[in-house]
Design a binder for this molecule. Structure first.
Ligand code: ATP
Ligand code: MG
Length: 256
């Protein structure tokens, strides 16, 4: 399809796309997306099996956040070509709220917790504004720090605690796949370890996850698979171990 075609006709056309979704739990097929006239996501493809964790890596400005936003079906950048399938459901012809109903949960870099509400109110709001996932008490079992601070206004939480709340809020909704955009960003090493252990628990619970991180080593340690992006394209897709073992790849794209 011509990617310059207007977007409404794209969505219509996608409704008629074949029901061939391969079989991967989450399948991204040659997606292209634009911010207005800026062509940013320039053909990204990968598959994730249920319960796998995938690291989406690459230099600043490579297009990682834009790819996550496209996968979560936010309006910007606008998807103009390609397919996205989650557990047999097409996401490419859906809007963000529908993707959320299908179980896509994005924890953005800025975390978007509601500062004026307490920890518990943030969690309750997540449950009532989406299909309910974990019970609040279940969340507190996994996040004892949040349990201790349940009555505290979110704005007063430390950066690490805010990140925990952002992840906890995603789990309080019914989710099939979790997207984490730089969960360790701006956090002290000891707090990074704490968040890492939470991500590890999430992985061990079998929740399919895509993690975008500048801290590539930390992300790869937790991941089954890896995709490396450069200037909007996926330049590598394989296992996390292959990246750890490939010095050239690490030198060229990850500086690790
Ligand atoms: N709203 C926007 N409008 C126009 N261009 C944008 C917009 N947001 C991002 N871009 C551009 O898209 C490109 C990819 O940005 P993106 O944020 O996806 O990169 P990233 O890999 O997440 O980078 P970082 O590691 O710095 O977070 C960059 O050139 C950026 O300037
Ligand atoms: Mg980013």
């Amino acid at each position: 399809m011509n990617m310059f075609q207007n977007r409404n006709s794209f969505v219509k056309e996608q409704d008629q796309v074949s029901e061939d979704h391969g079989g991967a739990f989450f399948s991204v097929r040659d997606i292209h997306a634009w911010y207005g006239e800026s062509y940013i996501v320039q053909g990204v493809s990968f598959d994730i099996a249920r319960g796998e964790v995938l690291s989406l890596l690459g230099r600043n400005g490579a297009g990682k956040t834009s790819t996550l936003r496209t996968l979560a079906r936010l309006d910007s950048p606008a998807l103009t070509q390609g397919e996205i399938w989650l557990d047999g459901e097409p996401l490419h012809n859906r809007r963000a709220f529908q993707a959320a109903q299908f179980g896509v949960q994005l924890v953005p870099e800025d975390r978007r917790i509601i500062g004026g509400l307490t920890v518990e109110e943030n969690l309750i709001l997540a449950q009532v504004s989406g299909q309910k996932g974990w019970e609040i008490e279940q969340v507190y079992e996994r996040f004892p720090r949040l349990a201790e601070r349940r009555g505290q206004e979110a704005i007063t939480l430390s950066g690490g605690e805010q990140q925990m709340l952002a992840v906890a809020r995603a789990l309080a909704r019914d989710l099939k796949i979790l997207f984490l955009d730089e969960p360790y960003e701006g956090l002290a090493p000891v707090i990074v370890q704490e968040i890492e252990s939470i991500v590890r628990q999430i992985r061990d619970l079998g929740i399919t996850t895509i993690i975008v991180e500048q801290n590539a080593v930390a992300a790869l340690r937790l991941s089954d698979k890896a995709v490396i992006m450069d200037t909007g394209q996926a330049v590598f897709a394989g296992t996390a171990q292959e990246v750890l073992d490939n010095k050239e790849l690490r030198d060229e794209y990850l500086a690790i």
